[in-house]
Design a protein around this ligand. Structure first.
Ligand SMILES: CCCCCCCCCCCCC/C=C/C(=O)SCCNC(=O)CCNC(=O)[C@H](O)C(C)(C)COP(=O)(O)OP(=O)(O)OC[C@H]1O[C@@H](n2cnc3c(N)ncnc32)[C@H](O)[C@@H]1OP(=O)(O)O
Length: 263
């Protein structure tokens, strides 16, 4: 059964399949770029799925075949963060994507996984990528930095040299490279990605739910410090208040190269 978690400019669809909940970012015409209502819906949906005892595993994917998620919406969400400050995106400086759920989350990635889309991916536990998948952090080219724990989670999940190249150079990993560096668990034909993710989810759903959630919680609590996330959030304020961040977004929207001035 599909229930649209309402948001006029973008939706999450939630479909229950036995003990597995499938959450789909449903804005394919904008490559599933995240709007503020989608982020709010994501918070609400993950909290609800965490509370629903029938749900043992979550599969997270993007609608369409072009993108898992193209990041924060540069027309709506990011300007809000620039104008009203980062707290409008996540008032809790220690919050990061999917931090509210201890049940296993399996990502099914087709096409582009960029910016906040990669931030979201880093909050998942197991990942299946289509051979067409690409992973990148274009923020620096926009005069911005990723948030929501990326600076803590990415170096923990890929070698530091790769993390720095993605953060500083904006290196884009294709699916094969992503599996080589450990960002994703396996690559599948694009049309098979969701089926493979569902098969992994079914395997997890047959294991002891308390055991799985406890193992995941131990890994999270021994590797993700609230102080580190708060530091990232605080320093991001320096970037979001810069003129360069405004210039980067304007250049994207005007389809031109940005002229950064260092302030
Ligand atoms: C629940 C708790 C959460 C806690 C915290 C929440 C915080 C929320 C997140 C905060 C994030 C802050 C830091 C992150 C910043 C970013 O993510 S910045 C954005 C980074 N992403 C990009 O730069 C990607 C830009 N897009 C592209 O490179 C390409 O579109 C693509 C993804 C490679 C797809 O290419 P293609 O298939 O050729 O499609 P296009 O023609 O380019 O695009 C189709 C339409 O989609 C629109 N679109 C694409 N990406 C975005 C976007 N990021 N924002 C807005 N719109 C986007 C594109 O403009 C096209 O639209 P139309 O022109 O109207 O057709």
């Amino acid at each position: 059964m599909t229930r649209g978690e309402g948001a006029a400019d973008g939706r999450l669809d939630v479909r229950l399949d036995g003990h597995v909940a499938v959450v789909t970012l449903d804005r394919p015409e904008k490559r599933n770029a995240l709007t503020l209502p989608m982020v709010a819906a994501l918070r609400e949906v993950t909290a609800r799925l965490q509370a629903e005892s029938a749900v043992r595993v979550v599969v997270l994917t993007g609608a369409g075949d072009k993108a898992f998620c193209a990041g924060g919406d540069l027309r709506t969400m990011i300007p809000v963060a620039l104008d009203a400050g980062r707290d409008t995106l996540n008032p809790d400086p220690t919050e990061r994507f999917l931090s509210g759920i201890t049940k296993p989350v399996v990502a099914a990635v087709r096409g582009a996984c960029f910016g906040a889309g990669l931030e979201l991916l880093l909050g998942t536990d197991l990942r299946v990528a289509g051979s067409d998948a690409r992973f990148g952090l274009p923020e620096a080219a926009l005069g911005m930095i990723p948030g929501d724990g990326t600076h803590i989670r990415l170096p923990q999940q890929v070698p530091m040299a790769v993390a720095k190249s993605m953060l500083l150079r904006g290196e884009v990993l294709d699916a094969q490279r992503a599996v080589e560096v450990g960002l994703v668990n396996e690559v599948a034909a694009p049309e098979d990605v969701l089926d493979v993710a569902m098969s992994i989810a079914a395997e997890l759903a047959a294991k002891g739910p308390i055991a799985l959630q406890t193992s995941k919680e131990i890994v999270t609590r021994t590797t993700e410090s609230a102080a580190d996330f708060a530091l990232e959030h605080a320093l991001n304020g320096r970037v979001l208040s810069s003129q360069d961040a405004r210039e980067g977004v304007a250049a994207f929207l005007e389809k031109r190269d940005p002229q950064f001035r260092g302030h």
